[in-house]
Design a binder for this molecule. Structure first.
Ligand SMILES: *[C@@H]1O[C@H](CO)[C@@H](O)[C@H](O)[C@H]1NC(C)=O
Ligand SMILES: *[C@@H]1O[C@H](CO)[C@@H](O)[C@H](O)[C@H]1NC(C)=O
Ligand SMILES: *[C@@H]1O[C@H](CO)[C@@H](O)[C@H](O)[C@H]1NC(C)=O
Length: 363
């Protein structure tokens, strides 16, 4: 026994080699996608705190939590002098090629709206040479798919707009590939006249909220088992459009939230990369938990998911653009027409500009 066998030892060593080869990459490779940098989180938190403090409703009986009165009623409980405004929040990682079209859409209505642009710093955004966008770029941070950075960017936009103007009562999140389908007054009318006819006549948020999509299960477990518990049980997990219009009290709700954010910011497992779309879940889940009756549960932004590849919807090309397409895209199963649509290829700017006055900006 004692002079046992170098042979046996080598044999054992040999046997273990495949195990090492098999295990080493698993030990060395990260199991999760990159997390959000702490520095970004800290800076965001300071911004969000400020936004919540300054927009916090001093409104009477705010204990009800639903914030029946817009928070900007202010210390003296009087209505703000300014008419409600729509804050347009552009979330982009490339140039805003449709700026000339948006410029037409905004023209003559600047008293009723504000603009904010969050650009990924790596995009080297060239400011659109149009007046509305000048000086409207906020401090952006890096964004990437399959991470919670798109949620952070949207929250940054919401917080900035809350702080910037108490008259901002609606917050429309858009991307660089979104285009308007109807003129601004149609949007304004829809947002202001809609309310859920309840006691409070509260404005609603227009955000898709779905609870039974086939991908829901995989997406819930994309961060690993039990990661979302106990705050987000599977049966409260929702999916919806990444682009939405929020009422002011919901913008405050989103910026104030830390409980759900702590769950949704957890990075996905590398092997679940293809099920990692936190930005399509965070907002619908949060709003559905906290104020389901305050949301329409459908979006005003039309997206064509036919033949979608890799999570990208159909991208309209120049030859597809026509008055008929715009009229088709407006059609909705909800109470209101769609106001925006995506995605449009940059090359569609010219044909869209051609039908802007005759179709898009006409009711
Ligand atoms: C932006 O500019 C930086 C430095 O000038 C460059 O390294 C980078 O490739 C640019 N990014 C894009 C998307 O053009
Ligand atoms: C949606 O996209 C498909 C191609 O992916 C296209 O055939 C169809 O016409 C589009 N639908 C609308 C309403 O534009
Ligand atoms: C409306 O609902 C029908 C039936 O569910 C569906 O086939 C259609 O795609 C929907 N249209 C829009 C614009 O969402």
């Amino acid at each position: 026994m004692a002079y046992a066998s170098p042979y046996v030892l080598s044999f054992l060593l040999l046997l273990s080699m495949p195990a090492v080869y098999y295990l080493a990459p698993r030990l060395l490779m990260p199991k999760t996608l990159p997390a959000i940098p702490d520095a970004d989180e800290t800076e965001d938190l300071a911004l969000f705190r400020r936004a919540v403090l300054l927009s916090a409703a001093p409104a009477a009986g705010s204990g009800s939590g639903s914030g029946a009165a817009p928070s900007s009623f202010g210390v003296f409980g009087r209505r703000p002098q300014a008419r409600p405004k729509v804050a347009f929040l552009f979330l982009t990682n490339s140039d805003l090629v449709f700026a000339p079209l948006w410029e037409k859409f905004f023209a003559g209505h600047h008293g009723l709206l504000n603009l904010y642009v969050h650009a990924d710093p790596a995009a080297n955004l060239t400011l659109p040479p149009t007046p509305s966008f000048r000086g409207r770029i906020i401090r952006g941070k890096a964004t990437a798919r399959a991470s919670a950075t798109l949620i952070s960017a949207a929250r940054r936009l919401l917080a900035t707009a809350l702080l910037d103007d108490p008259a901002n009562q609606f917050f429309a999140l858009l991307s660089q590939s979104c285009v308007p389908l109807l003129p601004f007054p149609a949007l304004y009318r829809t947002l202001l006249t809609d309310n859920n006819a309840g006691r409070h006549r509260r404005h609603r948020s227009f955000i898709e909220i779905l609870d039974s999509e086939p991908t829901l299960h995989a997406r819930y477990y994309a961060r690993g088992d039990n990661v979302m518990l106990p705050e987000v049980p599977f049966d409260r997990f929702r999916v919806g459009s990444q682009f939405f219009v929020l009422a002011r009290r919901h913008a405050v709700m989103v910026v104030r939230d830390r409980r759900l954010w702590n769950k949704f910011k957890a990075p996905c497992l590398v092997k679940e990369k293809d099920s990692c779309y936190p930005e399509e879940h965070y907002f619908p889940t949060l709003l559905d938990m906290q104020d389901p009756d305050g949301c329409t549960k459908y979006t005003l932004t039309r997206v064509n998911w036919t033949d979608a590849v890799g999570g990208h919807p159909h991208t309209y090309q120049p030859e597809e653009v026509s008055g008929d397409l715009i009229r088709e895209l407006r059609k909705s199963n909800g109470t209101y027409s769609h106001m925006f649509a995506r995605k449009f290829a940059p090359e569609t700017l010219a044909p869209l500009m051609e039908i802007a006055d005759s179709v898009i900006l006409r009711d």
